[in-house]
Design a binder for this molecule. Structure first.
Ligand code: NZQ
Ligand code: ZN
Length: 394
């Protein structure tokens, strides 16, 4: 068991009509001039932005708006937001949307008080010392950015997708009303479900396997999400089921499932290169490579994959053949992904196999020209990264 610090300072307002608490929360956290940041239009169409504007005005605050954040948010939009914050004297950023909008908000938050270019943070050239306070009205359970310290942004120059983490950018509060997720298309719901599972599994596949309380929490989250996903796809307006998924999304990535363990994260970073190169949805990209990663690394600690198969995927334990039990667990997870409409290979993800050159480019970027490895369960160098991409490419 590893020593750990658990830090989850975000106040959560969860439930029906939770967005009606926005004005009071903004006041409590000292906002006077708010940047309302949002995506491509879903929040406008659903009427959520109208409620947000009413709440801010009703609480006697001013606001400016910046919409147009795209999935895999771009650094150019972040720079636009930084300009607005400086010009308008913004002292609070409200992200109305999902992970992309929240991450764009976070980058604007620590980019505004910084004198250099915001991309410096993502290159490891700068460390955030200040950040405009951020909060969110969450509309999609997926990335978990509402309670995480992470922020992932894409630079269109060279299509680099990079993360930067700082506690300073954690949301002060997160408003989560499961009713606001009813309008999610089935594909986005499934991508979100996959990301939630993967945030738990990245931490679960750890060589530290004596943290039984953490394992039990992780397994409960995984089983719940696997059981609830078909329900929300069948009945998108079922509050009870949407609520389970929404709360699971935050618990999966607020580090609760990482207490005492050392996570792996190779699948995530292999995926980030897929979404950088092909602009695919993050969740779909994860589903496309996970099975290949799992088969590639499982021998490192087969018992972990056996435990996953039995406790999460409800596979019967064949004590005489642990490899077969582990394999059945991976197959069961891939069947689940396919059942919710997710791809389990690169050709299914992008409509064709990746070329050899594309595989080499992704591996090259992922290992940052041989200066960086991925994974802890099994350490992946450039060659191993290429191997996993190739396995996923059939
Ligand atoms: O832009 P709009 O019109 O709002 O549409 C969005 C978008 O097209 C739509 N959507 C969101 N809520 C909706 C809705 N449509 C209808 N009704 C609603 N209620 O969903 C689409 C996807 O939105 P996005 O914010 O991109 O999704 P997600 O939350 O999955 O975020 C993905 C981004 O987060 C990063 C990913 O890499 C990706 O860039 N991640 C961030 C992490 C973090 N900060 O901790 C960790 C994750 O591992 C992940 O890497
Ligand atoms: Zn993720």
């Amino acid at each position: 068991m590893r020593d750990f610090t658990y830090y989850a300072p975000t106040e959560v307002a969860f439930g029906k009509g939770a967005e009606q608490r926005l004005g009071k929360l903004l006041k409590r956290y000292g906002a006077t001039k708010v940047l309302v940041h949002y995506g491509g239009g879903s929040a406008e169409r659903s009427g959520l932005l109208a409620v947000v504007r009413e709440q801010i005005t009703g609480a006697g605050m001013q606001f400016v708006e910046l919409g147009g954040v795209v999935p895999n948010p771009r650094v150019s939009k972040v720079r636009e937001g930084i300009e607005i914050c400086r010009r308008e004297g913004v002292d609070f950023i409200l992200a109305v949307g999902g992970g992309s909008v929240i991450d764009s908000s976070k980058a604007i938050g620590f980019g505004t008080p910084y004198e250099g270019d915001v991309w410096d943070f993502f290159l490891g050239k700068a460390k955030a010392e200040k950040c405009i306070p951020i909060a969110t009205v969450l509309t999609i359970p997926a990335a978990g950015s509402e309670m995480s310290d992470g922020c992932v942004v894409t630079n269109e120059e060279g299509w680099h997708k990079r993360g930067y983490s700082t506690n300073l950018a954690r949301c002060k509060f997160a408003i989560m009303n499961p009713e606001r997720t009813y309008t999610l298309p089935a594909y986005q719901t499934a991508c979100g479900v996959t990301d939630i599972l993967m945030h738990t599994m990245e931490r679960y596949f750890s060589l530290e396997d004596d943290m039984t309380v953490t394992d039990a929490v992780a397994e409960a989250i995984l089983r719940t999400v696997i059981d609830e996903a078909p329900e929300v796809l069948r009945e998108p307006t079922a509050y009870r089921h949407r609520a389970q998924i929404m709360w699971a999304g935050s618990l999966a990535h607020n580090d609760l499932t990482g207490c005492g363990t050392l996570g792996d994260w190779a699948t995530h970073h292999l995926e980030h290169e897929l979404s950088a190169l092909f602009d695919v949805a993050h969740g779909a990209g994860l589903a496309a490579v996970w099975g290949s990663w799992a088969r590639y690394v499982m021998e490192t600690r087969l018992s972990r994959f056996v435990r996953f198969a039995v406790n999460v995927m409800r596979v019967e334990n064949d004590f005489t053949d642990p490899r077969r039990t582990a394999e059945k667990g991976i197959e069961a997870m891939e069947r689940f992904y396919r059942s919710i409409g997710m791809p389990t290979s690169i050709p299914e993800l992008i409509g064709r196999p990746a070329t050899e050159e594309e595989i080499r480019t992704m591996a090259d970027k992922c290992c940052r020209q041989d200066t960086h490895t991925e994974g802890n369960f099994k350490v992946l160098y450039r060659k191993e990264m290429e191997d996993v991409y190739r396995l996923a490419n059939v």
